[in-house]
Write a protein that binds this ligand. Sequence first.
Ligand code: SF4
Length: 381
Amino acid sequence: MDISLYIHFPFCLRKCLYCDFNSLAGSRIAPDAYVAAVVREMELRAERLPASAAAPTLYFGGGTPSLMEPDQVARLIEAAAKLFGLMDDAEVTIEANPGTLTLEKLAGYRAAGVNRLSLGVQSFSDEMLVFLGRVHTAREALDSFAAARAAGFANIGIDLIHSVPGETPAGWREELAQAVRLGPEHISAYALTVEEGTPFHLLEKEGQLPLPDEEEGVAMFRDTAALLRAAGYEHYEISNFARPGFRSRHNQLYWQRGNCLGFGAGAHSFLRSPAYGVRWRNSLSPEAYLQAVSRAVLAEEELTPLAERDAMAEFFFLGLRLLDGVAPAQFCREFGITVEEAYPGVLAQLLAEGLVETREGFVRLTGRGLDLANQVFVRFL
Ligand code: SF4
């Protein structure tokens, strides 16, 4: 079976004001010690798993993994290749933040075997970046992109955030136009979400976070799809767009419920067996993670075997995020019953409401279904 690999680096220069990821500003743990612990965790996991096919993807996420030096990234890639195998054409991605990159570092990542860069641009407006609490300027983002090209990266994705307080649909269209002018292979465009426990959540509770209203949010989402499609990007997932041939292989596997082993503090894992699959995550605390691994213990927490019904729900609410949709025949192969038997009348109702359509054996969201995706997903819970 194919198993993708994910490595979490939970440290950042500073915490962004909207962030609820497992990331800490600064660290008392030396990056070399953290990298050694991740290698040790990989060894412990490899000892416990039967041999699997070489991994199709390896993804460094965070946090800010671009705070690692190229030799540290190289050590992790070598360990992954030795312990799990990496396909010859494996997609190896690193998330990188402007403000942490130099041409030399980027060239080092390429030499280490990284072939895809996911650059956290978020906005081309300095005012917006300050508001979000990002550590970098728009100029630094543009310079990082140019440096990545100069270092030989031919597959670069950029992340953008819309629906930020004060942002108008016209302002967002200008952000998109700048992104298109830059010419990345991949663009992720997410609406700002206010997560509990973040400084933005406090501001919202005090009525001091004037988010765009729902209508403006929908307008920005529709403009994103229209502008990026017109510029030659395939809209392949609700919030993701790619030039032909440049969809994120790693993230597609996630939406298709592919196997993924996560390493590092707070990393999530999913295996499709036994039974209907099992999910777990590692200790969120880097200190607790390092202590466990130093005792040759896997820092697993929240180990959750999926019930059949959970797996069925995931099949739809993850799979329908992809604009190619899901195949009812595949559902039948996986669960041994038809969609109609599992969800009587649901598909017919969604079709009647114009939220999904069927084509060539697949069910997928319509334009209206994309606007109202959450209303579709809850029908399968
Ligand atoms: S850089 Fe990313 S992970 Fe780090 S604090 Fe900001 S949003 Fe969170």
